[in-house]
Design a binder for this molecule. Structure first.
Ligand code: FAD
Length: 398
């Protein structure tokens, strides 16, 4: 039992904050180092499936998430032109009954801010405007050199996202690779649109070489959209690169009028390149471990990036809290998580092919399969049970 551990966490994103809360709630001393000087309104919608929500239920943040977010009735995969629904998954009926927890859409900034509050309540120390530069470790301790000084602890968690410096410490320079896909995102105030225009669902329109996702946030007051298109190259690094709305409209010209209406109603559009890298051979080294996107960048096509980071946080904390040797605890964490995260990475990549199919025959076969699954819930369960039905809280009790 390692309850007096001092844990250093690099990155105050969804994974880092979740790990901080769980460890601090269970007696560890936790320092979080976040390069941003404040937790501001960056990013837009995140989807939290029941496998993530069971962790939030365990740490006491589920009710606040439900209140701040939006509970969709269903998920719909639609035709890009006609808007016809090929697959309908009744999220509200299915998730609480079959998986024990709801499916929630939430603004990333809202989730981050309520996790920060929960972390402060648990006694976590934050160092904002603090960029981790290098990591050092010995047999008995680990340290991080930052722009504001050097900090030492028993264990270091790299929760610093896709461009992780902690990953660099373990694996050397492994620049993430551009997937050939870019994502646009924007938000629209719901009162700027006809009230029944967008169904209360996770709406996905599938078209040749691109797709469009739209859903409600903040109790239905805000609509989030993400538009993904295939494109040759990407040069920007930032999350907040402003794009031209006219470019986005041109890319989705001729699509279901709900799609073009949403784009026209957005005040600003941002775009980012989608990156990933091949599965890492290992996620830990001595007293250092990676979680979330730092370990396994997740393309957004199965909406599991935040969920996997949250599951990682729980399992890593459980191993640290129940294993006397921290190095062994981290190895055991990797063993418990790697196969699942790697599988989800592959499923997410595969969904891009499914959504973006450009061949007539491919689309006809896909649509027939989806329509069949719509009528036969058991077929949907076969696909969703291994994702939403995994309960790390039950499987790795603290
Ligand atoms: P992230 O959420 O990426 O968090 C990593 C954190 O580490 C960030 O806060 C970053 O500032 C910090 N960091 C990085 N390097 C250092 C360093 N050297 N020192 C200190 N801190 C460091 N996903 C969506 O689906 N929709 C969105 O709108 C969206 N917006 C996002 C906006 C931002 C600003 C970021 C960082 C991520 C966003 N994501 C979004 C991605 C999504 O949040 C993650 O894929 C997912 O939640 C996995 O979380 P993570 O904790 O592993 O990594």
């Amino acid at each position: 039992m390692s309850q007096s551990l001092h844990v250093l966490i690099v990155g105050g994103g969804i994974g880092g904050l979740s790990a901080a809360i769980i460890l601090a709630q269970n007696g560890c001393t936790v320092d979080v180092f976040e390069q941003a000087s404040a937790f501001t309104e960056i990013g837009a919608g995140l989807q939290l499936s029941p496998n993530a929500m069971q962790v939030h239920a365990a740490i006491g943040t589920a009710a606040a998430i439900s209140e701040a977010g939006f509970t969709p009735d269903f998920a719909a995969l639609r035709d890009f032109k006609t808007g016809k629904t090929y697959l309908r998954t009744p999220l509200q009926g299915l998730c609480p009954n079959r998986y024990g927890h709801p499916y929630i859409h939430i603004h990333r900034a809202d989730l981050q801010s309520l996790l920060v509050q929960a972390a402060k309540d648990a006694g976590v120390t934050f160092h904002l405007g603090c960029t981790a530069q290098t990591i050092g470790q010995s047999n008995s301790a680990v340290s991080v050199e930052t722009n504001i000084g050097r900090f030492t602890g028993d264990v270091l968690i790299g929760a610093d996202g896709i461009r992780s410096v902690v990953r660099e410490h373990i694996h050397g320079d492994m620049a993430p690779r551009f997937t050939g896909q870019i994502a646009w995102r924007g938000t629209v105030a719901a009162h700027d649109l006809p009230s029944d225009m967008l169904p209360p669902a996770a709406n996905v329109w599938m078209g040749p070489n691109r797709h469009f996702v739209a859903y409600y946030l903040r109790g239905g007051a805000l609509i989030n959209f993400v538009a993904v298109e295939e494109q040759g190259q990407w040069t920007e690094e930032s999350w907040s690169h402003k794009g031209q709305k006219s470019d986005l409209l041109a890319a989705f010209e001729g699509w279901d009028s709900r799609v073009t209406h949403l784009i026209k109603a957005a005040s600003d559009c941002y775009l980012w390149g989608l990156f990933d890298h091949a599965p890492l051979p290992h996620w830990t080294q001595g007293r250092v471990a990676l979680i979330g996107d730092a370990a396994h960048p997740m393309l957004p096509f199965m909406a599991q990036g935040a969920a996997m980071a949250t599951e990682d946080a729980w399992v890593l904390a459980q191993k640290l809290l129940t294993t006397s040797n921290p190095t062994e605890a981290l190895k055991s964490y990797q063993l418990a998580r790697k196969a699942r995260a790697t599988k989800l990475q592959a499923i997410s990549r595969g969904n891009a092919k499914l959504f973006h199919d450009a061949s007539k025959l491919g689309c006809a076969v896909r649509n027939l399969k989806l329509a069949t699954a719509s009528k036969l819930p058991a077929l949907q369960h076969i696909k969703l049970d291994p994702i939403y039905g995994i309960n790390v809280v039950k499987d790795f009790p603290i």
